[in-house]
Design a protein around this ligand. Structure first.
Ligand code: PHE
Length: 341
């Protein structure tokens, strides 16, 4: 019995003093293995008088259990130390630390859209959403382009099998918004538009426009010019001159193309403006009486202006992007070169 006690003492000392889990394995073998010290003791059982056998057996069992659990406890300690060591060294990954490699950022289109929204909100416009899939009525008839009218050829349209269309311009929301608010009204509605274009560096099948409408009593071309100049001055951070040229769009009368003085050379002439000093930016005009009527607004009482600013182009200009196709490319390397101002 005393021998057993001293075996336990030895085992405890050695387990306590062990330095690594492999050492624990050999201690297990040394004490509890097939030819281990404790197992050897069992062999002496048969030489004992019967009355002592039971107590001896119980004692050996409890020693076996004790040594076993001492080994397990020590093993846990080693595992815990190992994890702590890994955390301390290289293997710990803190997912909350911002990456040095690649910072996320908003897409140039999103940045510009938010900027334009802020500008128009500050001038009292509401911001509306438009559908990407529209009825033919909203996209065409409601903006004064009847069925079979040659003006439909201006926009090569994706028709869906159910007769609806991918909206070809943000003007497709004009009718719904006029019916929603009536007059007076001041709203912008940015959105993605789709046309079956021949693709090149400045033409895409998917592009972004921002439509604006202001309807009230006594609205004139002067109001249109004022708001466009305000918006442009904000976008480019300096005063921008504009000029209007006549342009045909069935939903405005008179209709214009709005040019801006080249923001790169201040109108002196450079590569961007092809040495003309002006850049074509945005079709606009006074809303056609038919369009007001279809929107439930009396054209005898109210007038309005509308513009359809292609801001994919504006984003390219503003962020020095030379290829319109890059905007939808998901090409992070190219997009992150966009010079966000
Ligand atoms: N919807 C026209 C287009 O995309 C642009 C436009 C809008 C013209 C509003 C005039 C007034 O071609």
């Amino acid at each position: 019995m005393e021998k057993l006690d001293s075996i336990l003492l030895d085992a405890r000392k050695e387990i306590e003093g062990s330095q690594e889990s492999q050492e624990l394995n050999s201690l297990y073998q040394k004490f509890l293995g097939k030819t281990g010290i404790v197992t050897e003791q069992l062999k002496h059982m048969k030489d004992l008088p019967n009355e002592e056998k039971k107590t001896f057996g119980m004692k050996i069992n409890s020693i076996k259990n004790e040594i076993f659990s001492l080994i397990k406890i020590k093993e846990k300690e080693f595992e815990k130390n190992k994890v702590e060591e890994q955390i301390k060294n290289t293997e710990f990954v803190d997912l909350t630390i911002p990456s040095k490699e690649r910072k996320g950022s908003l897409h140039p289109i999103t940045i510009l859209q938010e900027k334009l929204i802020d500008i128009f909100l500050s001038m009292g416009f509401t911001v509306e959403d438009g559908n990407e899939i529209e009825t033919e009525y909203n996209n065409f008839e409601a903006v004064n382009i009847p069925k079979n009218h040659p003006a439909r050829d201006m926009q090569d349209t994706f028709y869906l099998e159910n007769g609806q269309v991918l909206k070809t311009h943000t003007s497709a929301a004009q009718n719904r918004i006029m019916k929603k608010y009536g007059a007076p009204l001041k709203a912008i509605f940015p959105g993605r538009c789709f046309r079956n274009e021949e693709l090149d560096a400045s033409h895409e099948n998917t592009f972004f426009q921002i439509e604006g409408m202001m309807i009230d009593k006594d609205v004139s071309v002067a109001n249109l010019i004022y708001f466009m100049k305000e918006m442009l001055t904000n976008v480019f951070g300096k005063e921008i001159n504009v000029r209007l040229r006549p342009g045909f769009f069935p939903f405005v009368e008179p209709g214009f193309e709005l040019d801006i003085s080249c923001p790169y050379c201040d109108g002196k002439g450079c590569r961007v403006c092809k040495h003309g000093g002006w850049i074509e930016l945005c079709p606009c005009g006074m809303i056609h009486p038919n369009v007001l009527k279809m929107g439930g607004i009396d054209p005898e009482k109210y007038q309005g202006f509308a513009f359809g600013l292609g801001f994919s182009r504006l984003a390219m200009m503003n962020y020095d992007i030379t290829e319109i196709r890059l905007l939808n490319s998901g090409n992070i390397k190219a997009l992150s070169q966009a010079k966000i101002k």
